[in-house]
Each structure stands twice: as structure tokens, then as C-alpha cells.
Design a protein around this ligand. Structure first.
Ligand code: SAM
Ligand code: DTB
Ligand code: SF4
Length: 328
């Protein structure tokens, strides 16, 4: 467990000052915090499966699965249980410790939730940690998932409240905070982060990090995604983010959320080995592993294994980062 105090009162200018540090100073600070809380050579590995694909009613400007954009994606209804179990077994055999199932819904209906609960129970029975991301949740739905034994719920803030309206119009930033509150209240571990490289400013990145760190409890996992540009979506063609700016943002996430797993998430397929190595140095200690993310390709698994070997990193479950679950 980290011996760095957990703060929930980060001011915007403090976070901006961290982002503005000379790169070497920032990396040094991030390593100090990282080593106080974690084995620096261990990486937690999650695998993803899209259990319901496409035809989503939302208009998230980055997403291949919105029915509003023509991305050529093949739609798929909710997968049968046996297909989910096979995918989870394969992920376990490759070394994943957590299995994350994603559905292209604005929110789950109660009927669909029952089917997802069966999946959660089956994946749990394989000895994997379970994570799902189904969109907005009501309080009772979160309670039902907790009773079914769900470990993590992923729901990202995505970007700053200030930039949010330029990316999504069909749900509010406050809706996301409400879902996180329902998940937290139910006692499910929270996984929440965002996407970089959508044309936001450094100050937006500071604002996103501020929102995450000033939640009543730090998310247990903080996925930092680099926008995967999908042809047909409004954000396709956005200017690429400077890779060092991405690394800086990871480092600041590590510093201000010292006990959370910081996940280097979507976008690794486009990153050089050197950029990924800098992200790990900056305190990222989790990845999505497996050939596919939800609808796009991930970094190839043999390439990942080679990189881990070159860096002397071990794929292992971290000792429960459990940012602040002890106080639940
Ligand atoms: N439909 C649910 C929702 O939006 O909450 C769950 C699935 S959704 C695909 C989960 C998250 O994946 C999004 O909130 C976003 O942060 C991330 N994501 C989706 N498409 C992405 C892309 N093209 N590049 C990077 N991250 C992406
Ligand atoms: C998260 O933060 N990133 C994952 C997971 N949570 C569900 C999703 C990434 C999706 C990338 C685009 C795609 O494959 O559709
Ligand atoms: Fe739908 Fe989720 Fe994609 Fe938004 S991010 S369009 S809610 S699948």
C-alpha cells in the first residue's frame, strides 16, 4: 500500500504546475511515488471482450459503435454465455488476471443486466477478477451487480467538464459522476479514466485529472486511453497528441492518485516501444492485453511479451492496489 497521503483537494493550478515541470523532474517525482506504493517491475494485465457491439444510441465523438456514425462496424447482439466463457478461458490462459466485458449501451435494461450477471458469475468461477462497462447504472442495478460478486465497474469521465460538450451531447458529465457514485456506494471497485488526444488542451487534461483525483475516493483503476482514430467518427483526423504530453499526463495521474492502478489503455498499437517504456517509467502499471480491444486491434500479444522481456517487466496481479476500498 502506498505511503503517500491520498488527497482529494487538488487545485487546478497545482496539477497544471505538475504538468509544466521539466520532464526529468516530473518523471523523478512520478517514480518516487510509484515506488512508494508498488513493485515498479510488475504490470497488471486485463483482457477485454465486447459482449454487445455497435448500434449504440449515444453520440460519443470518438466511438466506432455509435449508430450515428458510419464506421462500417459489424453489429452484434449480446453474446451467448458459452462464447463469453471461452473468451475468458483463453484470456486466463494467456496470463490475464482481470476480464473486462464491454457493451455498447447507453445503459443496461434490467433484462440484459440479468444476462450480464450470469456472465460475471461464470467468469468469476474461472478465478478471474471481473469488470464490466455497460454505460450508466441506476443505484439498484449497481447493488444487484455487487450481490452477484462483480469486482470492478468501468465508467470513464472521458475528458474535462469544459471540453466534454464538444465530444458528447447525449449524456451529461454529471450523469457520469452519478453512475460512479452509485457504483461506489454499492461497494464495487471503480475503474474510471479518460481519453487523451481528442483535441483537448493541457488545461483540459489537468481538469480531467482533477475531477478523478477529487472524487470522494480515488478510482481503483485509472485507464488513460489515447484516442484510437476511427474513420467515420467526428474525431477522425484530429491532430495527433505529442507522445511526451501523453507521458506527462500519465506521470501526473500517478502522482496525484498514488494508490491506483494507472492503466495504459487504448492506443498502445500506435505507440512506439520507447513511448510505452516511458509510460511505465511514469507510473503506468496496468495494460489491456490481447489482440483486440473492444472493436479495434490492440498491440499484438507476442510483441507485448517481447517488450516486457526487454524491459524486465512481469505480468502479474498487483498486490491489491485497492486505492481506498479499505474505508468502504
Ligand atoms: N457504452 C459504455 C459507455 O460508454 O460507458 C461502455 C463501453 S465504452 C466503449 C467504454 C470507454 O471506452 C469509453 O468511455 C471511452 O473512454 C473508451 N473508448 C471508446 N472508444 C474509444 C476510442 N476510439 N479511443 C479511445 N478510447 C475509446
Ligand atoms: C477503457 O478505458 N478503455 C477500454 C475499456 N475501458 C472498456 C475501451 C477501449 C476501446 C477502444 C476502441 C475500441 O476498440 O472500440
Ligand atoms: Fe455508446 Fe459507449 Fe460508444 Fe458512447 S462510448 S457511443 S455510450 S458504446
Amino acid at each position: 500500500m502506498s505511503d503517500t497521503p491520498l488527497r482529494h483537494d487538488w487545485a487546478r493550478d497545482e496539477i497544471e504546475a505538475l504538468l509544466d515541470l521539466p520532464f526529468n523532474d516530473l518523471m523523478f517525482r512520478a517514480q518516487q511515488v510509484h515506488r512508494a506504493g508498488f513493485d515498479p517491475n510488475r504490470i497488471q494485465v486485463s483482457s477485454l471482450l465486447s459482449i454487445k457491439t455497435g448500434a449504440c444510441s449515444e453520440d460519443c465523438g470518438y466511438c466506432s459503435q455509435s449508430a450515428k456514425y458510419n464506421t462500417g462496424l459489424e453489429k452484434e447482439r449480446l453474446l451467448p454465455l458459452d462464447e463469453v466463457i471461452s473468451a475468458a478461458e483463453a484470456a486466463k490462459a494467456k496470463g490475464a488476471s482481470r476480464f473486462c466485458m464491454g457493451a455498447a449501451w447507453r445503459n443496461p435494461s434490467d433484462k440484459n443486466l440479468e444476462r450480464v450477471i450470469e456472465m460475471v458469475q461464470a467468469v468469476h468461477d474461472l478465478g478471474l477478477e471481473t469488470c464490466i462497462t455497460l454505460g450508466m447504472l441506476e443505484e439498484e442495478q449497481a447493488q444487484r451487480l455487487k450481490q452477484a460478486g462483480l469486482d470492478y465497474y468501468n465508467h470513464n469521465l472521458d475528458t474535462s467538464p469544459e471540453f466534454y460538450g464538444q465530444v458528447i451531447s447525449t449524456r451529461r458529465f454529471q450523469d457520469r459522476l452519478d453512475t460512479l457514485a452509485h457504483v461506489r456506494k454499492a461497494g464495487i471497485h471503480v475503474c474510471s479514466g479518460g481519453i487523451l488526444g481528442m483535441g483537448e488542451s493541457r488545461s483540459d487534461r489537468a481538469s480531467l485529472l482533477q475531477e478523478l483525483a477529487n472524487l470522494p475516493r480515488h478510482p481503483d483503476s485509472v485507464p488513460i486511453n489515447l484516442l484510437v482514430q476511427v474513420e467515420g467518427t467526428p474525431l477522425f483526423g484530429t491532430d495527433a497528441l505529442d507522445p511526451l504530453e501523453f507521458v506527462r499526463t500519465v506521470a501526473v495521474a500517478r502522482i496525484i492518485m498514488p494508490a491506483s492502478l494507472v492503466r495504459l489503455s487504448a492506443g498502445r498499437g500506435e505507440m512506439s516501444d520507447e513511448m510505452q517504456a516511458l509510460c511505465f517509467l511514469a507510473g503506468a502499471n496496468s495494460i489491456f492485453y490481447g489482440e483486440r480491444l473492444l472493436t479495434t486491434d490492440n498491440s499484438a500479444t507476442d510483441k507485448d511479451r517481447q517488450l516486457f522481456q526487454r524491459l524486465g517487466l512481469h505480468m502479474q496481479p498487483q498486490a491489491e492496489g485497492g486505492a481506498e476500498m479499505a474505508s468502504v
